[in-house]
Design a protein around this ligand. Structure first.
Ligand SMILES: Nc1ncnc2c1ncn2[C@@H]1O[C@H](COP(=O)(O)OP(=O)(O)OP(=O)(O)O)[C@@H](O)[C@H]1O
Length: 254
């Protein structure tokens, strides 16, 4: 799959500084800081309830933070509403698919392209490599919720890309996919990075994380427990104890 020419203009860096989120007395995120350069890929892993989805919710304006700052290309976007944040180019995908269920694949793509002002031939040309690679091109007329689940997930990713992101936040893109379908997530991520888009990927599939991510952070109870290349981080005893446990220890040994 070739990257579309000129797909993303004016790519900017995302910087998260000392981000915190509390729900009442519950501390869900505390002191989270990292930066994403253009084309960067950061994996975020951690046990259930560690705060991974909340991190995406806070960055994308779905949930207001309790402290800290979010900067896009140096511009403070902290606390802006979701539609404003996505118009600036910070776009997410959801664990569950986020398509308009009763609408066709074509209409879904068209809406996402219209959002970024690019529903003309150029916009369609930008998403065409993804539609082809995922086998969605011949199914444009089909109702999106009648597609097999794996294709609905890939449509969800395509829609996120259609919105012309500078920074893409993927919440468990491989969840619910057959093992054989997961390499499509790899293809997707490589494609969007080649277009200069930064990617933050929350994922439980450690094989995928090891394959794709040059750098990961481990969240545990809302704080960063470890950060670095997956081979180093996943070998740390505190990470194994907190999260990875016997499964990954077994994988490492295998
Ligand atoms: N709106 C909310 N109100 C109160 N508590 C919340 C809210 N949203 C999330 N939480 C709590 O915040 C914590 C972190 O949840 P979050 O969904 O971010 O975890 P996660 O790391 O994404 O987990 P998973 O891997 O299971 O998706 C959990 O204890 C959750 O119950």
């Amino acid at each position: 799959m070739e990257p579309a020419a000129g797909a993303v203009a004016g790519v900017e860096e995302l910087r998260v500084e000392n981000l915190a989120k509390r729900f009442g007395g519950l501390r869900v995120l505390e002191g989270i800081s990292f930066a994403l350069a253009p084309g960067d890929l950061l994996g975020v892993i951690g046990p259930n309830g560690a705060g991974k989805t909340t991190l995406i919710n806070v960055i994308t304006g779905r949930t207001p933070p309790s402290g800290g700052r979010i900067l896009l290309g140096g511009q403070d976007i902290t606390g802006r509403p979701t539609h404003a944040v996505s118009r600036l180019g910070v776009v997410r995908s959801f664990q569950q698919t986020n398509t308009f269920k009763a609408a066709s694949v074509r209409e879904n793509v068209s809406r996402a392209l219209r959002f970024s002002g690019g529903a003309g031939p150029q916009g369609w040309a930008r998403v065409a490599p993804l539609l082809d690679a995922f086998g969605l091109a011949p199914r444009l007329g089909e109702q999106s919720d009648k597609l097999p689940y794996g294709l609905q997930k890939m449509l969800g990713l395509t829609l996120a890309y259609a919105a012309n992101p500078k920074v893409l936040l993927l919440d468990e893109p491989a969840a619910g996919l057959e093992r054989s379908e997961r390499t499509r997530v790899d293809e997707f991520v490589r494609h969007v990075r080649a277009c200069g888009c930064s990617v933050l990927i929350v994922e439980h599939d450690m094989d995928l994380v090891r394959r794709l991510c040059p750098r990961i952070i481990v969240l545990d109870a809302g704080v960063v427990l470890a950060e670095g290349p997956p081979a180093e981080v996943l070998a740390r005893q505190d990470v194994i104890a907190a999260y990875v446990g016997a499964d990954a220890a077994g994988d490492e040994a295998a």
